[in-house]
Design a protein around this ligand. Structure first.
Ligand code: APR
Length: 320
């Protein structure tokens, strides 16, 4: 059986980490595409030379021509610019929208049957534009945000409770921005909901509130420390989990930016919700019950995404 093919559009910080993880996990052969000449070939060669040490079988190739992504099973998009300190994800809109147009056309031409995972920010608007520009079915185009946002929440909760991250499950919904909605009620330590742990004296509501806020600001905290770019290890790991669930038909329940057609009262937009990812892409949108502040927070997040989508339509008339 031929190996699967994974195409990475953008060979920067996240792209390079994605290539390393995909190869080490032997998910398939990897093509790394970028507009910068030769650089992806350099990364591919460097990574290929780590294979004999770790003993994994994967062909890695750099590319400057979309033809090389032909027949890819999975395409992960990080092309564009990351933010610098003081910038919000939304500040990237104009530049990255143009990038999505060329990437979408490349995917439509050479990998129309692939499962596409977008990482480029501002995520919910960029994945919406990428689906439009590529014309691929909506169940085959999604955005990576929820797995990362939930992982950040899980990490902070594990630290607070002094337990293994393996036993912490957490849920973050909404757009990948300051309005994201970490759901404490659906977050647990080995099945015990966070509000119950507070009642048991493991933490306080004030501490949990500050963890929720730190999760919302999780990306900005890292941008502030790195100073020259944004996070890349955890974003890459999160996208690989989604790609693996598709390639191996694992049917994992993963929160991601998915196209909604009425679920959660939202239509024709991409927003972060729990989904099942399997061999058919986004196979199911999981509609959990939202109450009170959860519902208000989610609706607020949806209107923030709506604003960005309207801005995209204003910049590129073909999207209107
Ligand atoms: N086509 C292909 N690649 C492009 C294009 C394009 N039109 N424009 C830019 N690129 C490439 C750049 O040359 C660079 O190598 O995209 C790569 C982006 O890499 P980095 O600058 O290192 O950014 P990274 O940290 O990987 O983040 C990429 O993901 O999380 C988001 O906000 C982040 O939007 C950013 C994206």
């Amino acid at each position: 059986m031929a190996r699967k093919k994974i195409a990475l559009i953008g060979a920067g910080q996240i792209g390079g980490t994605l290539a390393h993880l995909a190869a080490m996990k032997e998910l398939g052969d990897v093509v790394i595409f970028d507009i910068v000449e030769d650089m992806p070939a350099g990364k591919a060669l460097d990574l290929s030379q780590s294979a004999p040490v770790d003993g994994y079988d994967a062909d890695l190739k750099g590319a400057n021509d979309y033809k090389d992504i032909e027949g890819a099973d999975v395409v992960i998009v990080t092309a564009g610019v990351p933010r610098k300190p003081g910038m919000s994800r939304d500040d990237l809109l104009g530049i990255n929208l143009k990038v999505m147009k060329s990437v979408g056309e490349g995917i439509a031409k050479y990998a129309p049957n692939s499962f596409v995972i977008c990482i480029t920010n501002p995520l919910d608007a960029m994945v919406w534009a990428l689906q439009k520009f590529s014309g691929l079915p909506t169940n085959k185009v999604c955005g990576m945000a929820g797995v990362l946002d939930s992982a950040r929440f899980q990490h902070f909760l594990a630290q607070e409770f002094n337990v293994s991250v393996k036993d912490v499950n957490a849920f973050v919904l909404g757009g990948h921005g300051d309005t994201m909605v970490p759901l404490t009620r659906y977050s647990t330590v080995a099945g015990i909901p966070v509000p119950d742990l507070v009642k048991m004296g493991w933490s306080t509501n004030e501490k949990i509130d500050s963890i929720v806020q730190r999760t919302r600001d999780g990306g900005a905290e890292i941008v502030g420390l790195l100073k020259t770019g944004s996070a890349y290890y955890a974003p890459a790991t999160s996208a690989i989990a989604m790609a693996e669930s598709y390639l191996k038909d694992q049917k994992r329940l993963l929160p991601c930016a998915a196209y909604l057609t009425g679920e959660y009262g939202v239509s024709e937009m991409y927003v972060g919700v729990p989904t099942i990812i399997g061999e058919n892409g986004i196979e199911r949108i999981v509609e959990v019950d939202l109450q009170g502040e959860e519902k208000t927070g989610f609706d607020h997040s949806v209107s923030a995404v709506e604003g960005l989508v309207t801005a995209c339509k204003g910049i590129d008339g073909s999207l209107a």
